[in-house]
Ligand binder design. Sequence first.
Ligand code: FES
Ligand code: FES
Length: 213
Amino acid sequence: MMSEIEMSRRGVLAGSAAAAALAAAPPAEAQPAKAPAPAIMPVSLTINGKRRDLNLDTRTTLLDALREHLKLTGTKKGCDHGQCGACTVIVNGERINSCLSLAVQHQGDEVKTIEGLGTPDKLHPMQAAFVRHDGYQCGYCTPGQICSAVAVLDEIKRGVPSHVQADLSARPQPTDIEMRERMSGNICRCGAYSNIAEAMAEVAGATVKEMGA
Ligand code: FES
Ligand code: FES
């Protein structure tokens, strides 16, 4: 005769097996979740002086709109997280990380990319200075560095304060350390920083030495 203890063990095992079978079976009326349809919106931008009209998924970053939709691949994707500056472009005169900004936020904005700064035959003075001073090695960060450098000198001209020099009216010529601080969002894995600083100093009308390096 089966003892009470054995019976209850069998009962527990049978109960567990039934519960496991139930858990493994899909719920009778479970439906696969449908992904929501992407929201598409029209957006018009002026890119390097030309109006461009696009219909974009609202989640498209400005960087992807430039690279994937307009084939302006001069702007680079490094980290895609706002940490390297490779994607820097100039929007309405201010430099921004285009990977951190949605294209639809820029309705009507003026965007300047590296392709709009100069041409191989007629380089922008900052591009020419980068070439003269070897301001790059692999070149991946270079479009972002050049866009940032152009915007930095413009910020200094407009008297936009930095962390290092709060009052530019006291000393209109920036120091080397100030330029480096303003450029600190642009990372160069090849370490061309000194050459970049020299190129910027030349365009600013000085040498790094005169700037108090
Ligand atoms: S790709 Fe935008 S900051 Fe790195
Ligand atoms: S030149 Fe190679 S990362 Fe800057």
